[in-house]
Design a protein around this ligand. Structure first.
Ligand SMILES: [Zn+2]
Ligand SMILES: [Zn+2]
Length: 335
């Protein structure tokens, strides 16, 4: 089996998993939900009813109930990547003369990332309780658009402060609710958003460092073997220079695990960079993920101009300050 066939199988499996997740986990009102509805109809044509029910139940427990499975998965994935890096890449890099200081960067970043992960997953995101409810009502004004006065949470049985939302996975209302993150098994809210951002940045940097060293090792292997200048003879006896595809196939056959890991790392890095930029965009514009989605729906459904929607914008620096120094509950409403 050649590299491209293997890569195509890998891509189909990943896309299949994403489609399965859309089918059995998403909420109806989201884009993923609509995609999920469509794939539910398609899958019901060839999957028996009992299998659909089992899958729906398993994914519901996985995504819609609080559990530590994703935390365990997260650590297993890291153990696999760092194990492979330590036992194969690190040794080859040393043999090829890479400096020890550069090779230790992934480990430093791993330690810092793990600290922020711990803080993010254990810190209270801003649970609204009877004791702080009165104070939190004073923090943000109602914009009358996304958040309306006198809207009550039927579960917590109190009036919801502006920018709060009830997390139905954790079963609590959270102050300045952003989203529920399955990877850290916690809500992201006013009090732990700074740790979440720091976690995203350090995780992206850790992935980037392992990717660069692994890519550097493979590049060094190509350069030191002079593979770029190699030629091959075809069936007609003609000589051709080897192309990029040949080099990739050669590397895949020589270092299969390392090339597979590098492909995964590049994919993960691009995903993380996009997600991190998205969260910095939200932070700079003083929106939560929840508000971004609500505003987007309002713009789409009611043709509202985007700038009309966010009264919480205070300026770029002040917006960032609000995240790193969450609004004091004793501050008064600005209007
Ligand atoms: Zn609630
Ligand atoms: Zn939650």
């Amino acid at each position: 089996m050649d590299f491209l066939t293997l890569f195509a199988i890998y891509g189909i499996v990943v896309l299949g998993c994403i489609l399965l997740m859309c089918t059995y986990t998403s909420q109806v009102e989201t884009s993923l939900g609509r995609l999920g509805n469509f794939s539910t109809k398609v899958s019901s044509l060839f999957l028996p009813e009992w299998l659909q029910t089992t899958l729906r139940g398993a994914f519901h427990r996985l995504f819609h109930q609080q559990n530590r499975l994703f935390v365990a998965l997260h650590f297993m994935l890291e153990a696999a990547v760092y194990g492979e890096f330590t036992f194969e890449v690190f040794g080859y890099c040393r043999e090829m003369g890479f400096g020890i200081n550069g090779l230790l960067w992934p480990y430093w970043l791993f330690a810092v990332k793990t600290y922020f992960f711990y803080r993010c997953s254990t810190k209270d995101p801003g649970t609204i309780k009877r004791s702080n409810h009165g104070q939190l009502l004073q923090v943000y004004p109602y914009d009358g658009l996304m958040f309306r006065e006198a809207t009550s949470c039927p579960t917590c049985e109190f009036v919801k402060p502006a920018r709060s939302k009830h997390c139905w996975i954790c079963n609590r209302c959270v102050h300045r609710f952003d989203h529920h993150c399955v990877w850290v098994n916690n809500c992201i809210g006013a009090l732990n958003l700074k740790y979440f951002l720091a976690y995203l940045v350090t995780l992206t940097a850790a992935v980037a460092s392992v990717t660069l060293l692994t890519g550097g090792l493979l590049l060094q292997a190509v350069l030191s073997s002079d593979l770029i200048n190699a030629t091959y003879i075809d069936n007609s006896g003609l000589t051709h220079p080897v192309g990029l595809l040949f080099i990739i196939q050669h590397l895949f056959l020589t270092f299969p695990r390392i090339v597979f890991m590098l492909g995964f790392l590049i994919f993960l890095f691009l995903l993380l960079v996009g997600y991190t930029f998205f969260h910095f965009y939200l932070s700079l514009s003083n929106k939560t993920s929840n508000e971004w989605y609500k505003l987007r729906s309002l713009v789409l459904c009611h043709h509202l101009h985007n700038s009309q929607g966010n009264i919480y914008f205070k300026g770029l620096v002040a917006n960032l300050k609000e995240i790193f120094q969450p609004v004091n509950t004793s501050e008064k409403k600005s209007n």
